[in-house]
Write a protein that binds this ligand. Sequence first.
Ligand code: AGP
Length: 628
Amino acid sequence: MCGIVGYFGPQDPKEIIVSGLKRLEYRGYDSAGVAILHDDKFKLVRASGKLGELQKKLATESFNGRLGIGHTRWATHGVPSERNAHPHKVEGISLVHNGIIENYQQIKSQLVADGVQPSSDTDSELVAHLIARKVKVTGDLFKAVQQVLPELVGAYSILVVWEKQPDTMVAFKNGPPLIIGVGEKETVVASDVQAIISCTNRVIYLEDLEIARIRGTKVELFTAGGEPIHREIKVINWNPEQIEKAGFKHFMLKEIHEQPRAVANALAPHINVDSQRTQLTGVGFGCASFEELERLDSAKDALLTAEKLSAIERIFIVACGTSFYAGMVGKYLLEKIAKIPVECDIASEFRYREPVIPPRSLVLVVSQSGETADTLAALRLAKSAGALTMSICNVRRSTIDREAHGHLYMNSGPEIGVASTKAFVSTLAMFDVLAVYLGRLRKAIGEIEERQYVEAFLEVPSQMEAVLAYDKFFAEAADRLKAFKGLLYMGRGVSYPLALEGALKLKELAYMHAEGYAAGEMKHGPLALIDERMLIVMVAPKDQHYEKTVSNLEEARARGGKIISIGTGNDANLKSISDYYLSLPMADWTVNPLLEAIPLQLLAYHVAEALGYDVDQPRNLAKSVTVE
Ligand code: AGP
């Protein structure tokens, strides 16, 4: 998953493009480059490695043109290297690309047979060759791109410029996001709002199979077939400082500390503070989805009305990675509170296992980025099966957000760190609300019980603030914790998915071996792993599983395991059998996961930091996996 930025305007394209790429660096970072007009030709500067390597090269470069494009790459075709970095320049054409051209081998054979000698191993360069050939015939960049598109198969987005039209950019989207920022005197095209917002907060979202012709500040949208499209300009309410690190060393640490506010923002639209009851508001519930908003009459059947939701007889929760673990917590909440059967699937399995989706099913997809390929495919499969669908996303108007019938939002603001934190806990909050809302609709809970749950939810942000104090503990303990050969995370009930999430955080940040297990499974194998070199992280809040979890812990202790336990209040029992004991505030079982997440995140963050790894951009990973 790569980052694309294009700029036309009076400012220095180098400054705008590089600062935009910096804000997209989390999307992929094994090489980067720019192509900017200088003396009416595109000057290409590219570098392997992180964006900093490109910045070093650009320090001595200046450009007198007003048009340029840039790219940070997460390699799919061709190893990370300067020659495979984007932009790709062929004659007067320069191009950047995100996604995959599936028929690139066939295109390459044809080009080579015609005498072309590609200079890279990428599928992207081949597209530049096709457009460079076509523009000689059309004499116009937009027409050339339009005529090349039918030759390409795959999920990809491209941004193309041509020396002979120095005020024009042509953008095409089919899969990975592309957004156009329309300023007073300038236009910015980028993969994400964060790269645009310092120039303008007025944006146009490209939809799949749409092509944009940008001439100066004139933006025209067409279907791939050439039909004009009218799309209104949206105004984004983010401000640039939201995106900066606010004084923290890493975006991830900032985002861990933002969690109380993120959860409050997630809950706010769905808690009626006066009545102390839950509500589902917003796009797809009280009104239609974005596009249908303009055509309300034809959207009635798409609305997830209370009446429709009351008739739901089964829920499928589908997601990847951390979002999947949040979905597992959602399963426990929905089944225990709303008494509705729930299946929880990893998206890459769901999309191929030919799931049986009975009538009156709701398929709920969870995705922070709203662009994860497997999750998007699962959503589309569900819709083709006639199911009602709902999304929980963090990025508004992302592809998954736009395509679901009903839309809930994590509302946690931009999450830059590749390792998901605040989006995870905000998703947990959304599942709390959804479980109680459906519980009321289905008459599985009464008004008093609902009010009690709502009260517990409203306390969570301040309880989370208290737990964040463990930041200092893990900063000091990290040097000891990093020495273990591996970590075994365990929990029961809603704490079991938290054990899985805690293990994932350590794997993706500290590159250490870690496993998450249901504590009840210990005797079925993991007990053999335990010795003094194995650190056990036991999530053991005072809930209905507490006694059994403590006995699991005593078994582990008896075999010499070192133990960190995370419990409720001043638990002398847990303290007596643990090497480290972390105390969480007394809370309802439905919100314990939001509190448990924080020490698990801080443990992984500080161990990775102690090992000297790049916490915000862990090796081999990308923030959103927009390819299979
Ligand atoms: C979590 O820390 C990872 N970055 C990864 O597992 C992530 O949760 C997964 O790729 C799903 O991403 P999404 O929520 O944007 O769909």
